[in-house]
Design a protein around this ligand. Structure first.
Ligand SMILES: Cc1ncc(COP(=O)(O)O)c(C=O)c1O
Length: 426
């Protein structure tokens, strides 16, 4: 007889199957999560709208997914790598879990010259996945601070890990929400922020589009140093920064190497949202209270829970960092930034309070006093345009919607026309 049945005599198979449930308890942390992850909920509402209005040509400025085709030099490099896999000389199987040496060197030279070394850079299948794996390294005990509003993944993965209490109607108990709004120029008043073990910080920020200045980041790094906290710095949009006063990596700030992990991605630089490639930097100088380098544990996470990014995709990443690929990447960023300018100018001309858009592909539009899901619904109804309700990014996002600049020029211009028609005389 199967030993499993012998060990679990109390398991009444017939009854459980009839009830339609298993004999396994749910991880209670998942029950704390809000109704759904923000973007699937937006997709659900979009689908319902389309079903109600089958002829509507919906334009999405919502999820923040790239739209333009891959640049040719970069795509060709991946096509060559894929074709090579069909040859004895070009074939490779598992690679180093930390990423190919040449790509780690190229990332270090291109983005961290003189600041970080290649062995501190871990290539991955993207920043979102790295954020989740970083949480695995921390476990359930640490306390967490996030910018409010912020990319929902920091909060939701903290909830999944069990770092928080329940949702109290506004936010999760146990999370320190660092309010970022027009009154503080979207940088938290750190004198009012409680010490936490982990601080998630994203600059340029998704969703507000605000990029932190050197002075602000110096304040943040000093705050983390004073408190002995780990700063998880999300630089996924760093190359969108135009303002010379805003650093493109946290390691430009002296002392950051002792407190900061930085994660970044090719997603919004080269249109790799579907291709999947990113990296995370863990300096060797970053040490837990017992003196263990965080780098050791991150290496352990990546070698145990990840098996290296696709070799084809890493060839694409390497191409991104050659002169031709870099030019293609910057051209793509320039294109989306022009979209952002068009959107920002439109909302400004119509008399809205608009933020972001200069150093990021996101425009943060104020609708003071209006619940942001209502604004989302109204824009969808009146313009057939999907935006993102600000409250989905945290309590301080209430009263705002985010418009993404990822779209074809044709769609952005059409969206602008519809916005003007609906809100031009507000
Ligand atoms: C702030 C931020 N970090 C990380 C990510 C995820 O990047 P990736 O596609 O590399 O997983 C996104 C994607 O929208 C993002 O906005």
């Amino acid at each position: 007889m199967c030993p499993v049945h012998v060990r679990r005599p109390e398991f009444d198979v017939g009854r459980s199957l009839l009830a339609g449930v298993l004999n396994v308890n749910r991880n209670e942390n998942f029950g704390k999560l809000r109704a759904g992850y923000l973007f699937p909920e937006i997709a659900r509402r979009r689908k319902a709208h389309q079903e109600k209005h089958p002829d509507a040509k919906i334009i999405s400025l919502g999820i923040g997914d790239t739209t333009e085709p891959l640049p040719k030099y970069i795509a060709d490099a991946m096509a060559r790598a894929a074709a090579g896999l069909a040859t004895r000389e070009g074939y490779s199987g598992y690679g180093a879990e930390q990423g190919q040496g040449a790509l780690r060197e190229a990332v270090a030279a291109t983005f961290y010259s003189g600041l970080r070394t290649a062995d501190e850079i871990f290539i991955s299948d993207g920043s979102k996945c790295d954020i989740a794996r970083i949480q695995m390294m921390f476990g359930s005990k640490p306390t967490v601070a996030v910018q409010d509003p912020s990319y929902p993944v920091y909060v939701d993965t903290s909830v999944m890990m069990g770092m928080t209490g329940d949702h109290n109607g506004t936010g999760f108990d146990g999370i320190e929400y660092m309010v970022c709004n027009p009154d503080n120029a979207f940088f938290p008043d750190l004198s009012k922020v409680k010490r936490t073990d982990i601080i998630f910080f994203c600059s340029p920020n998704n969703p507000t589009g605000a990029a932190a200045t050197r002075a602000q980041l110096t304040e943040l790094v000093n705050f983390a140093r004073r408190n002995g906290s780990i700063l998880v710095y999300d630089a996924a949009y760093a190359l969108y920064i135009s303002n010379p006063d805003c650093p493109k990596t946290i390691y430009e700030i002296p002392g950051a190497e002792e407190v900061a992990i930085e994660t970044c991605s090719f997603s919004k630089y080269a249109g790799f949202t579907g291709v999947r490639l990113g990296w995370t930097v863990v300096p060797k100088a970053l040490k837990y209270s017992d003196g263990t380098p965080v780098h050791n544990d991150w290496n352990r996470v990546m070698t145990t829970c990840f098996n290296g990014a696709s070799n084809i995709v890493q060839a694409g990443g390497l191409a991104c960092l050659q002169p031709e690929g870099l030019k293609e990447m910057y051209d793509m960023i320039t294109f989306y930034k022009e979209n952002a300018r068009i959107l920002k100018d439109t909302f400004t001309e119509m008399g809205f309070k608009v933020y972001g858009g200069n150093d990021a592909p996101y425009i943060w539009v104020g609708f003071p006093g209006k619940p942001s899901w209502d604004v989302f619904a109204e824009i969808l109804e009146r313009c057939n345009i999907v935006t993102t309700p600000g409250s989905g990014f945290g309590p301080a996002g209430e009263g705002f919607v985010r418009a993404s600049a990822f779209g074809s020029r044709e769609n952005i211009l059409e969206a602008v026309r519809r916005f003007k028609e609906a809100y031009g005389n507000k």
